[in-house]
Design a protein. Structure first.
Length: 495
């Protein structure tokens, strides 16, 4: 019997305890020394899998060998998003409390689909959602639910909006009902998840209308009004507007109060994509970012961006969330045991997922460890660093800012070269900086021009790390300007 137990794959508890201690040291060392690693290595597609055994394992492998492969193959093949000189996309940082919480979550391994399957998981989700609602100063009538990403949150919001204008779509679908073609409006700076949501709910990506923006990359309200009125004249049915608070490229904030007025006039759903920028609401001096939120039907916030919860953790708040529940509740027979007093909250009823991770625990641990003041202090420092970087750009004649700086995002570009070559040179700079292993940034397009972009939000990033990346950018610009074949050279790493 003992031999049979030894071959069942799990690790005896004494050995497991020893491995946990070793892993704890490895994790602490990784966090302490991550800045000494390359942010990323130049790896070809298929290179990782070529170093691993392609045959499915027939017998158990000792954990020591598994972990050796993690150290030898997996870790070197990772882009280290928590590296202090990784400044791409949005900040998506973990923290030490977050790592501890994820370990506890893994040990508990509960499914938070209903209150009965996870009483603590359900009630903790309710609690952290209300904490965040208070921090965001959302009215009491907003209630939340946790998903994985903003793409999924927005899809659920748009599905609920669709059900308001096309009742019984849940049961009957859209086809064969003589329904109008619905339109969704958002700025040309908004996230592509809006088209994906339109695809998923049967509206179609061609019915997402991209509205031009003003000089500060905010949705142009006059253009929105004209597009809505034109569509009504052409027999389309305006369904929803998605306003963005912290756009992907520039972190611009759409004029939500003015957009809300148009939504009221035409009975459109107003969804706010605050996945990144809504976190600024925790700073009293930034409360202006919340203007018009009380007019919204729904708002998405991603605490895994600005609020230091480990990826993935997205929250959707909705006015009268019962509309979401009426759309998605569907109870199979094996889950029919319910609370006769209807006091239980079963979060599986508020979306397409049945099984749900215990995500609330990590938010609860991180937010208790930091407190609102601690979170706000970290955000303020990232805003300070962004302004400092923008000042360096302004003071260097070889670069220019490409957009206003209002959050932890800075868009800029090299401008000293031949105007016809500037776009290619900026792209080349991004490629070479990322290939160097000493920094990681990204590029975007603004008014048809290629620009470089940094995003700050890592708790490990200091002013010195920012200065290192700025010097890498300047060194790369000099090398690019002097090289006849700039793509074929990689700058030396900065120390």
């Amino acid at each position: 019997m003992k031999d049979r137990q030894d071959n069942l794959g799990d690790i005896p508890i004494a050995e497991f305890r020893k491995q946990l201690h070793e892993l704890a040291d490895w994790v602490a060392d990784y966090r302490e020394k991550i800045g000494e690693r390359e942010v990323s290595r130049k790896i070809q597609p298929g290179e990782i899998i070529s170093q691993l055994d392609r045959d499915a394992p027939e017998t158990g492998t000792p954990f020591e060998k598994i972990f050796t492969d993690i150290d030898r193959v997996i870790v070197p093949g990772v882009v280290h998003w928590d590296h202090p000189q990784f400044m791409s996309y949005f900040g998506c940082t973990t923290t030490n409390p977050g790592i501890l919480a994820e370990m506890i979550t893994g040990a508990l391994n509960v499914n938070t689909m209903t209150w009965r399957t996870a009483p603590a998981g359900t009630e903790l989700e309710t609690l952290v959602l209300d904490w965040l609602r208070q921090w965001l100063t959302l009215p009491d009538e907003f209630t939340g639910v946790v998903y994985d990403t903003a793409s999924i949150s927005t899809m659920h919001a748009l599905a609920t909006a669709r059900e308001q204008l096309a009742p019984n779509t849940r049961k009957l679908g859209l086809s064969g009902r003589n329904l109008p073609r619905f339109r969704i409006y958002t700025s040309d700076q908004a996230h592509s998840s809006i088209e994906k949501g339109a695809i998923a709910i049967g509206i179609g990506e061609d019915n997402v209308q991209r509205v031009p923006v003003d000089l500060e990359f905010r949705l142009d309200v006059a253009a929105l009004r004209a597009m809505v009125e034109r569509d009504i004249a052409e027999k389309f049915k305006p369904l929803a507007v998605v306003a963005t608070v912290g756009t992907t490229s520039t972190a611009s904030v759409d004029p939500v109060p003015e957009i809300a007025k148009i939504c009221r006039e035409h009975k459109m759903w107003l969804h706010i994509d605050g996945a990144y920028g809504a976190g600024l609401a925790l700073l009293p001096e930034c409360k202006s970012v919340t203007a018009g939120w009380n007019e919204a039907d729904s708002i998405v916030v991603n605490p895994h961006k600005m609020l230091f919860v480990p990826f993935d953790f997205s929250t959707l708040y909705m006015r009268d969330i019962g509309r979401l529940r009426r759309l998605f509740t569907l109870v199979p027979e094996y889950l029919h045991l319910r609370d006769p007093d209807n006091t239980e909250i079963n979060y599986m009823d508020y979306g397409v997922q049945l099984g749900r991770r215990f995500r609330a625990l990590k938010a609860w641990v991180v937010w208790r460890a930091f407190g609102r003041e601690g979170i706000a202090a970290r955000i303020r420092d990232h805003l300070r660093l962004a302004k400092l970087f923008a000042e360096w750009v302004r003071n260097d004649k070889h670069f220019e800012l490409a957009a206003p700086v209002s959050m932890g995002v800075v868009c800029f570009r090299l401008v000293t070269a031949d105007p016809d070559k500037i776009d290619n040179l900026n792209t080349t700079m991004v490629e070479r900086i990322n290939a160097s292993g000493s920094g990681y940034i990204t590029q975007t397009k603004l008014r048809g021009r290629t620009v470089m972009r940094i995003g700050l939000g890592n708790v490990l990033t200091t002013e010195q790390h920012l200065r290192n990346v700025w010097e890498l950018i300047r060194t790369t610009a000099k090398a690019v300007a002097e090289s006849p074949n700039p793509k074929h050279q990689v700058p030396g790493k900065l120390q």
